[in-house]
Design a protein around this ligand. Structure first.
Ligand SMILES: Cc1cc2nc3c(=O)[nH]c(=O)nc-3n(C[C@H](O)[C@H](O)[C@H](O)COP(=O)(O)OP(=O)(O)OC[C@H]3O[C@@H](n4cnc5c(N)ncnc54)[C@H](O)[C@@H]3O)c2cc1C
Length: 453
């Protein structure tokens, strides 16, 4: 840190996840003097733990796969997913600038061929990228261009000179910046205090996300009168085993491949094709706050090894996939009262065959898309999962250029924010992949805004 003292920077970036690295990278390659501080001893934050799915429209991969997507459909799906609560100006800016994300992924060579429909989408728009390759590329190019990157250095306050933000205070001293500060310190999924304050009904979710996600930047913004957006909609994600360790990724959404969800009594309770955030809240209300994903060998064969959210091999290797030759044996193994699971599956299979209407309105695999399959071909499987607070999609209010705005809508001079710390993009629910896309697109946008000054 001493190497930083006394040096003047154009900008200081707080947080070394995708948003912070994207901002620092863009500023450094444009020749600006930039310092990035990261409070943990390694970079990456929640971004490095993530599944690596990015929502993008009009990509080469979609064209090759014959997917008919458009910017207008992407926008319409996000607006619908947000239930009318998301800020459309921010969503428009995301769609408009997504080409910057595509370019960064191109340059990092981080694409895979995986493309799928996931939560909130009406077409296949979730692109799997090698997220660690992208983070590594941004870091190494930023360093090569002169960015100063410090690990183990937590910012704890913003320096305000009466007119604008001029830098940060940290345990190791002050760091000043002529243009100002980009807050990219992630969400508050690891702060029980903030979760209890904003969304007490979600406080029972398993704490997850990067260990640095304690809402530090959010508090720094408040100190200067920043507004908040989407906070009341923060919700946990369903699909994680209760024994998952801190830095593992063990989310499975077999329901999007055809599984049903049943509670400890063996009863269904929701339309399994809903967003895993909506299901997260539903599962918190079930006995023991858990639900089993129950499926047969047809769905088991749809597993995609190495593909987050669909990788049953990995779950099996971890010893978290239960299997049995009959439904009776499965319900016994899960401790479900005798006969209940079999009855639930019979009712479900009748609705899949079209003889009855589904009691929960399920008409497709995910978001209403994709033909349903009965749970009928042994052996049978179950993955028992809880709701985890992986990420908090509410936070500081911002303008589309990433300027942090006050409660009254005016801009706080010299303060920008990008990534999970920001609210307004998701509204009531979440489309898979939009968190990483927004971190990358608006991390770059924060830098562009500073460069335009
Ligand atoms: C298991 C899991 C799977 C996910 N999968 C997906 C997915 O497939 N697609 C998707 O779109 N989203 C996904 N998400 C969400 C997504 O990963 C995050 O929303 C996104 O990565 C946030 O990026 P960020 O740069 O804003 O924050 P982060 O990547 O969390 O980075 C913030 C950094 O700031 C640091 N920091 C915090 N406070 C300070 C401080 N005071 N001083 C200095 N540094 C500080 C933190 O330590 C951290 O390194 C997932 C999340 C999890 C946990």
């Amino acid at each position: 840190m001493n190497a930083l003292r006394g040096r003047e920077f154009d900008a200081v970036v707080v947080g070394g996840g995708l948003a912070g690295l994207a901002a620092a990278h863009r500023l450094a390659v444009a020749g600006r003097r930039v310092a990035l501080v990261e409070k943990r001893d390694r970079l990456g934050g929640s971004s490095a733990m993530s599944g690596g799915w990015l929502a993008l429209s009009g990509t080469a991969l979609q064209r090759t796969a014959g997917v008919a997507d458009s910017d207008a459909l992407f926008l319409a799906d996000m607006v619908a997913t947000g239930g009318g609560f998301a800020d459309e100006l921010l969503l428009q800016a995301l769609v408009e600038h997504q080409a910057r994300a595509v370019e960064a992924i191109d340059r990092a060579g981080a694409w895979t061929d995986e493309l799928k429909v996931s939560a909130g989408m009406t077409v296949a728009r979730a692109h799997l990228i090698r997220i660690r390759d992208l983070l590594g590329f941004l870091e190494s190019e930023a360093r090569a261009a002169g960015a100063v990157i410090r690990r183990g250095c937590a910012a704890h306050a913003l320096i305000w000179d009466g007119e604008r933000v001029r830098g940060i205070r940290s345990e190791s001293g002050d760091l000043t910046a002529d243009a100002g500060v980009v807050l990219a310190s992630g969400g508050f999924s690891r702060s029980r205090e903030l979760l209890e304050l904003f969304v007490p009904d979600q406080a029972g979710a398993m704490p997850y996300g990067g260990l640095g996600s304690t809402g530090d930047g959010l508090r720094m913004g408040w100190m200067l009168g920043a507004g908040l957006a989407d906070i009341g909609h923060v919700a946990g994600t369903y699909g994680q085993h209760p024994e998952t360790t801190d830095d593992e990724h063990e989310l499975l959404t077999a329901n999007y491949l055809g599984a049903i969800l049943v509670n400890a009594r063996g009863e269904r309770f929701a339309d399994e094709s809903e967003s895993y955030k909506v299901l997260g809240s539903a599962v918190l209300g079930q006995p023991g706050g858990m639900a089993h994903q129950v499926f047969d060998s047809v769905v088991r064969a749809r597993s995609r090894p190495g593909v987050p959210l669909s990788d049953m091999e990995r779950i099996d290797d971890l010893g978290h996939l239960v299997s049995a030759p009959t439904l009776t044996a499965l319900e016994h193994g899960l401790g479900i009262p005798a006969g209940r699971l079999r009855r639930t599956v019979e009712l479900y299979n009748e609705s899949v065959s079209g003889r009855t209407e589904d009691g929960f309105g399920r008409t497709g695999l995910v978001n209403g898309v994709g033909p349903l399959v009965p749970v009928a071909v042994p052996p049978y499987y179950a993955y028992s999962a809880v709701t985890a607070m992986t990420s908090t999609y509410g936070g500081l209010s911002v303008a589309p250029d990433t300027s942090v705005t006050r409660v009254d809508g005016t801009r706080i001079a010299g303060l920008w924010a990008a990534g999970e710390i920001v609210g307004g993009f998701h509204g009531a629910s979440y489309m898979t992949g939009t968190a990483l896309t927004k971190a990358l697109v608006f991390g770059i946008q924060a830098a562009e805004t500073i460069l335009e000054r």
